[in-house]
Write a protein that binds this ligand. Structure first.
Ligand code: NAG
Length: 281
């Protein structure tokens, strides 16, 4: 992914000195990409709301591409009967061999729990789903959903509790996302044919518009330059080397044991020849 000529040079000059960021502002850091007015930046850029009705959903993405990041975002999900709706918050690069790190929140009937769906794509290949229920009602209040992405590890956390770690196992022949910069995306869309029990429960459009809100975006990020990833005055922030310690692993095991409802690694029907190699490490 070498950049060529003057653009690469300019990029280098601009980015090598630049470590972002801190408390984000939605005007500054994001752009609304679709939804015809259904996505709105509110409170002077402190929050952003997405809306979905029968005609369309809506979405946004970060203005910048990042090469490694530690991101916190608070979300308050569609309340009430949200069956069929999917609220997303993810990182993705572009193209057919893209990398992607996904949080997707599958709505449900009133009183039934949301499913938090996670996935990791490398070189265009996903099929690494893990799903969880949450230990709180994600529609009552804002909760913090975090993605740590560095060259060793990807960690998904909910309110500071790690629920999933995808480790760099390149030494075992598993691809790891570290060659393509990614943007942050968010969207709210209708997935009634997929989300709720494989499409059995349809979206109740009488409840529309469905609204989800994002706020308190907070990120530490690095940028891609022609000489590799570049992070800041602080050339090597500690989160770039972070992975789960024993305390983090204990929390992860708590979440897995009590709240995990699907793990591709244990889906023997799907992988009769044995699970993918990252599951065995
Ligand atoms: C909805 O609620 C049911 C019943 O508790 C549950 O089995 C299911 O996993 C929930 N999530 C979705 C997306 O249907």
């Amino acid at each position: 992914m070498k950049m060529k000529g003057s653009i690469g040079f300019l990029h280098l000059v601009v980015t090598t000195l630049f470590v972002a960021a801190s408390a984000g502002n939605f005007y500054q850091d994001f752009e609304i990409t679709w939804g015809d007015g259904r996505a709105k930046i509110l409170e002077n850029g402190q929050s952003l709301s997405l809306s979905l009705d029968k005609a369309s959903g809506s979405g946004f993405r970060s203005k910048n591409e990042y090469m490694f990041a530690k991101i916190d975002m608070q979300l308050k999900l569609v309340p009430g009967n949200s069956a069929g709706t999917v609220t997303t918050y993810y990182l993705s690069s572009q193209g057919p061999s893209h990398d992607e790190i996904d949080f997707e929140f599958l709505g449900n009937l009133s009183g039934d729990p949301y499913t938090l769906h996670t996935n990791v794509f490398t070189q265009g290949k996903g099929n690494r789903e893990q799903q969880f229920h949450l230990w709180f009602d994600p529609t009552n209040d804002f909760h913090t959903y975090s993605i740590l992405w560095n060259s060793q590890s990807i960690i998904f956390s909910v309110d500071g509790i790690p629920i999933r770690e995808f480790k760099n196992l390149e030494s075992k022949g598993v691809d790891f996302p570290k060659k393509q910069p990614m943007r942050i995306y968010g969207s709210l869309w209708d997935a009634e044919n997929w989300a709720t029990r494989g499409g059995l429960v349809k979206t109740d459009w009488a409840q529309a518009p469905f609204i989800a809100t994002y706020r308190n975006f907070n990120a530490q990020v690095c940028f891609w330059t022609s000489s590799g990833s570049s992070c800041s005055s602080n050339k090597s922030p500690s989160w770039l080397r972070e992975s789960l310690d024993s305390n983090g692993l204990a929390k992860l095991h708590w979440a897995e044991k009590n709240y995990m409802i699907y793990n591709y690694c244990t889906d023997t029907k799907r992988f009769p020849q044995g699970p993918p190699s990252e599951c065995l490490a």
